[in-house]
Write a protein that binds this ligand. Structure first.
Ligand code: KG4
Ligand code: ZN
Length: 340
């Protein structure tokens, strides 16, 4: 079956055609129009600009995805669209476009949760993760741990109580003058510094909880930067990048390790934009090895927002018998029971 996946929850407009069958997920096309250059001017995503850019791109991107795949609308088994969570204006562009396309061509429509879609990106690897598994989704807006007992069934067992890891990376990156988004630049800079040079608090909350808090870490790093500037010393950017990255990575590793122990799961899926972080990938591979678990992580090119992952997650919803109607609406917030 061919599925058209559409994504517009933040600053990437994307459409992709994915072929699913016999437990295999194959990308036929995956077109992404990134707005990063536009938002870089402002040091972060400007929601109104994002919505307008999605409107300008969505039609051409969809045509290109179909043409590249060599697939006609009449070949599609479903249109899958990210409906939540994300920037509401941005989401509405994709949702309304997908709705119009699906209903005018009588194609089944499915609503997709963006977080589940990130996890679905791991299905484009040679060895498809087999449920049950544990998933850690680390993105610009989320840092969450999910227990996934069966395909598409997500139970959130840990989450950040304030900022997300990606947001925390981007904030410090901006303050020390790295180009937006700071995550990838900090990843590279961290190799040049000493991870033990600056003491920073862990984002892993103490005790039995599997929750995180990144705000204390972010504030501690900002205070450190400010005190350097006030005393006229240059901020040791590489040491800060290394120490900050180590704090984020060790905090996530601690809760992932606890979650593997608690759930007894033997597969971990690492997903989301921050799953591109090389230090995090290496560290979680070590955690998995020590626990006898398998790490499944999407290729770096599929960690960022894209339509292919939405199509794959849409397939799960389709198999579960879920369909969206003309009343489908976007939502900025997570679906609290993760049923979609
Ligand atoms: O998942 P994503 O594309 O968007 C959301 O759904 O939020 O994640 C974007 C985030 C940004 O904060 C970006 O800085 C971060 O992913 N990111 C990274 C790396 N590449 C992207 N963070 C750390 N290391 C990286 N290599
Ligand atoms: Zn995302």
């Amino acid at each position: 079956m061919y599925i058209l996946g559409m994504e517009s929850s933040c600053d990437e407009t994307s459409a992709a055609v994915v072929r699913v069958g016999d437990g295999k997920y194959e990308i036929c096309s995956n077109i992404v129009a990134s707005q990063v250059e536009t938002h870089r001017l402002y040091g972060g995503v400007v929601p109104e600009i994002a919505s307008r850019a999605h409107i300008e791109a969505v039609s051409a991107i969809t045509n290109e995805a179909l043409a590249t795949a060599g697939v006609a609308l009449s070949d599609l088994g479903a249109v899958a669209v990210t409906a939540f969570p994300g920037l509401i204006g941005a989401l509405l562009v994709g949702v309304n476009f997908a709705k119009s396309l699906a209903f005018s061509h009588k194609i089944p429509l499915v609503a997709v949760n963006h977080m589940k879609a990130h996890v679905a990106a791991a299905y484009f690897t040679d060895e498809v993760p087999q449920a049950p598994f544990l998933a850690v989704v680390v993105s610009g807006g989320h840092t969450s741990l999910f227990d996934v007992p069966s395909v598409g069934e997500f139970h959130e067992i840990g989450a950040t109580r304030d900022d997300a890891a990606g947001e925390a990376f981007d904030k410090i990156g901006r303050v020390i003058g790295l180009p937006y988004p700071g995550g990838a630049a900090l990843d590279r800079l961290a190799y040049e510094g000493n991870a033990r040079a600056i003491r920073l608090p862990s984002p892993a909350l103490a005790g039995d909880t599997l929750d995180f808090s990144f705000s204390g870490l972010k504030t501690a790093a900002l205070n450190y930067i400010n005190s350097c500037r006030q005393s006229g010393t240059e901020v040791p950017r590489a040491d800060l990048a290394a120490s900050y990255t180590a704090a984020v990575v060790e905090g996530i590793a601690a809760k992932v390790d606890a979650a593997l122990a608690r759930t007894g799961r033997r597969t971990l899926v690492l997903a989301g934009g921050v799953a591109a972080n090389s230090h995090l990938r290496t560290r979680l591979a070590e955690v998995c090895r020590a626990r006898g678990a398998r790490l499944s992580v999407p290729p770096v090119s599929l960690c960022a927002d894209n339509g292919a992952m939405v199509a794959a997650a849409g397939y799960w919803e389709l198999c579960a018998g879920k369909r969206a109607g003309t009343d489908l609406n976007a939502s900025a917030l997570d679906n609290p029971d993760w049923s979609v």
